[in-house]
Design a protein around this ligand. Structure first.
Ligand code: COA
Length: 194
């Protein structure tokens, strides 16, 4: 029955193009640029992310990360993308669709980051808008969710700009930067206006 369909990209995830950006699955050749952007953006990113393991920016940890992504993708659990600026292919950030629930939910959650030098230039707006047809069309999801700390004005602004509606408030929802933190809950439905 189509409603319960599970989509699986056992091999290659298609690249997705948006306004000024290109999204594709990370590969081992992205390690140096990924680590360099993340290191240069450490102070910008860490207040809003789960605590980085001490070895997070090493090649070994990146290899394990890719293995996890590949397994999640094979199992239709999550799809991880890096975001590249179209004009010069610079790696500007990442966008992941995770925690996919099939069956009667047909839902998934997005998580995202951009490097500090690339912030507030519209790249994540373009990336989210490009990912939406993949989620609702290719993957046939019904609901996209996102959660953010109320003080994260950039994330709140991004979600509201890309058609996500605020649905609730979850106490101590996620452990961010080492602390269980309250989150605003947002969602965009397949038949919501963009
Ligand atoms: C959240 C984040 C991914 C947004 O990416 P971005 O590429 O900078 O976002 P955009 O340039 O597309 O901006 C989209 C909207 O977000 C809001 N926004 C972005 N940066 C903002 C800032 N510094 N202050 C206030 N609002 C901001 C605005 O509403 C903006 O629209 P506008 O520029 O038309 O006013 C980025 O700020 C980031 O990586 N932050 C640190 C990590 C993080 O917060 N991750 C998410 C955890 S939930």
């Amino acid at each position: 029955m189509a409603f319960f369909r599970t989509v699986s990209f056992a091999e290659v995830l298609p690249a997705i193009t948006g306004a000024g950006v290109m999204l594709r699955a990370p590969t081992s050749s992205d390690f140096a640029e990924w680590a360099s952007v993340r290191e240069a953006s450490r102070d910008f990113l860490t207040p809003w992310e789960p605590t980085w393991p001490a070895d997070d920016l090493t090649r070994g940890a990146f290899r394990r990360r890719l293995k996890r992504y590949a397994e999640d993708q094979r199992n239709d659990q999550a799809y991880a993308f890096l975001i590249f600026r179209s004009e010069d292919s610079a790696l500007v950030g990442g966008l992941t669709l995770a925690n996919i629930r099939r069956g009667v939910a047909q839902a998934g959650s997005i998580g995202y980051w951009v490097g500090a030098p690339f912030a507030r230039k519209g790249y994540m707006t373009a990336a989210v808008e490009a990912l939406v047809p993949f989620c609702f069309g290719t993957l046939r999801l019904h609901r996209l969710e996102a959660a953010c700390i109320p003080e994260n004005k950039a994330s709140v602004g991004l979600l509201e700009k890309t058609g996500f509606q605020r649905e609730g408030y979850a106490r101590k929802y996620l452990c961010i930067n080492g602390v269980w933190q309250d989150h605003l809950l947002y969602a965009r439905l397949q038949d919501d206006p963009g």
